[in-house]
Design a protein around this ligand. Sequence first.
Ligand code: FAD
Length: 501
Amino acid sequence: MTVPFRIVIVGGGTAGWMCAAACSAKLDLSRYDVRLIESDEIGTVGVGEATLPQMKDFNDYLGIDEPEFMAATQASFKLGIEFVDWGSIGSRYIHPFGAFGRPIGEAEFFHYWLRARETAGPLSGYCLPIVAAQQNRFDFPAKDAADPKSAFSYAYHFDAFLYARYLRGWSEARGIKRVEGRIVDVAQHPERGDIASVTLASGEAIAADLFIDCSGFRGLLIEQTLETGIEDWSHWLPCDRAMAVPCDSAGELTPYTRSTAREAGWQWRIPLQHRTGNGYVYASHFLSDDEAASLLLSRLDGAAQAEPRGLRFKACKRRKAWNRNVIAMGLAGGFLEPLESTSIYLVQMAVAFLLTLMPGDPEIDPALAREYNRVMDVEYDRIRDFLILHYRATERDDAEIWRYVRAMAIPDSLTDKIERFRHRGHIREYRDGLFGPASWQAVFIGQGIEPVAQDAMADLMPEAALSERLAKLRSLIAETAVGMPKHADTIARFCPAGGSA
Ligand code: FAD
């Protein structure tokens, strides 16, 4: 290994600082020289506010103190996402961070519910995080698997700008060097084409062996310099704009994100401790920016705290996330709309794979890039299919966007998945990538895709025994949920932010 191996992270948004924090915690900084360049003049996107449970794993992996992090980022807890008006106008379901039911026989619980669905009540009644979320309750999962409070996990809603700021302080304290400045020029190695150095507006040139491109949508190195290209998925995910605006909090603090399907896309509602984040994600083909802004403002819970901010994007993935000696993370690596809060998760996976495959020699072995790109492709493809399902599985025909998505051709991988589910409710658990069977079950059932029959092994249990088991489980979940504290009380006890940021 050439010591020190020089790494430059370009960009100090959520992606850049997550990468820097992980490097500071997991690399020997006497062997790896890590610096991060960011430009206050350019700023960050700063709108990523809803996360997945893996976010907690990331913070734990770094050794971040949970109450301190939550207070610093105005964070609240998240048990899932509520989808309103997606399957049809008036429909509502929660995609939970937890399992449906508990094992009761040879087959998965879901198949027993399918068998008894005429009398068993809604699937949601068998899922603690859903029942708790509906009552605005939150408590920490129990560690003992026999405890009814054990079968779920949780994520956070937080202020992404404050998270990047928090990670910056955390990383700098552990030896990451931050360089303030705007990159105005990029030099490539004359023969290899690798990036050799970047030059700041001040004239300073910074050379490195590996560059992590976290420069946001512009993809300063991966696209503007290396012209890596994208896989364009906008024909499946036509939303290409968002208007975002924070508003005053109103009503009880909910422990879930809400996504409401609208006339040209959907609206998010993300409750933080000090405010509620809102945004309208829409297809510019079907709605103008002015209309989106005014519709968003007319549908807030409380007074708007700013003017709506417009963002433009395209559903896509970079053809190679790792190209030559550049690895693109965050928005520079691709973008899938925030419907299932997956962007920060993708940054986390990118960072984790990089640490596993971290080169140590400036002559970087191309096999590392091939493996990295393979696993990141799997991550993107799985999320893409899951997002498309939300659009495809709609009965809505009241607006052009819904008529388009319900008729559009979809990837073969998703067609197969839908067909297998329709047949006998089968969802194969995969090893890599999001999402697990409970997530697919929640969206399929929530949006009206029902299997014709259940797993044959679920037929074995006698009918009376099955009804009794289901009734007992329903009441156990209902009782457990009622015993949980209110979300706002858990926050006040555990991680109050104390005033506005
Ligand atoms: P940015 O925040 O854009 O940061 C780019 C950085 O690069 C900045 O520091 C900038 O200064 C620097 N930079 C750029 N050019 C230069 C230059 N020439 N010189 C020096 N520095 C430079 N994710 C979720 O997980 N959950 C959500 O709910 C969610 N909601 C979203 C909603 C919308 C509408 C959008 C667009 C995104 C959302 N995301 C969400 C994604 C999330 O915001 C991003 O994934 C995350 O913030 C990472 O952004 P980033 O760090 O890649 O880029």
